[in-house]
Design a protein around this ligand. Sequence first.
Ligand code: SMG
Ligand code: MG
Length: 367
Amino acid sequence: MRIERIELIHIRMPLVGAFRTSFGIDLVRDTFLLRVLTSDGGQGWGEYGGDPDPAYSSEFSAGTEIVLAEHLIPRLDREVTAARVGPAVRGVKGHRMAKAVLETAILDAELRSYGMPLRTYLGSVVDRVPAGVSVGIMDTIPQLLEQVGAYLEAGYVRIKLKIEPGWDVLPVRAVREAFGDDVPLQVDANTAYSLTDARHLRRLDEFGLLLIEQPLDTDDLSGHARLAGLIDTPVCLDESIGSARDAAAAIAMGACSIINIKPSRVGGYLEARRIHDVAAAAGVPVWCGGMLETGVGRAANLALAALPGFVLPGDTSASNRYYAEDLTEPFVLDADGCVAVPTGTGIGVTPDPQVLERYTVARRRLL
Ligand code: SMG
Ligand code: MG
């Protein structure tokens, strides 16, 4: 496969409601798509998982654009396959989100050229995946209960509450009291706590949570290992896991007993698959995280979430969780709380050109 051209399409998509986490509040998804055009007339798409600010991770859109244009794309052979992207860009330290969007667009183009769906390439074993939903920090408990109630009504099979100091035990207790002990419930702190909060976090033990996600700093594996020994709630890592090697180390040192796999965070679907394999070998359950993806990123995440080790529901919600109008055919939640894995070749979806145009704020040719 020969690459002819690479375009960056900067998009701004309004969210259906504000999404607040311990590190900020989002009202719009401000990101970009990469479109790869091949010399035989084919194309491939990828969606950047980062944000304009380096708040969730150290990467951010404007920096990523420079890294792509000046450091990653120039290292690629025009004659390329997805498997060759990682080795080609190895000399660039870090920047996994940048590498992920590039590798994914190339992988999509490659798979389309073979007529193979991403789910087949990755080794998916199911056609539909159970969907969880991530619920942001709210101003009041009644607002939270209304939101959680609506998601349960819609069919979501698992609720994840974003937490931070001052918004943790109370909202969890309120959700348990309102909806009962049987609702699969978990929390995500996005690094908002420190080890000195262990006694406080122990108070969450009584609620039978599935897991607590990333309570401590990104680079604090040993802190997570110590915390895991002090609380009963299983510790799940998100931000801390950037590679299969990180996953192996975290598992070996007891820093986590569950892993949230986000392809964008770990450099793409190939590394995501390796993390899945490492976790499966160790008997560690994984689930597919999300970065508020439009249909482009969501489609690929669903293919990954259909691998056998993904035994917990992911943040693989329907399109309307975030967007009134998606760039692709919307992903919908079935009555049993599942979302269908795309069957088309490559990632299985293509943005609608007219819809994409409406949300495009800039275009730039990178190659
Ligand atoms: O795509 O449903 C989604 C987002 C799920 O909570 C979610 N993502 O840390 O897991 C996480 C967050 C990161 C994004 S917050 C802006
Ligand atoms: Mg998280």
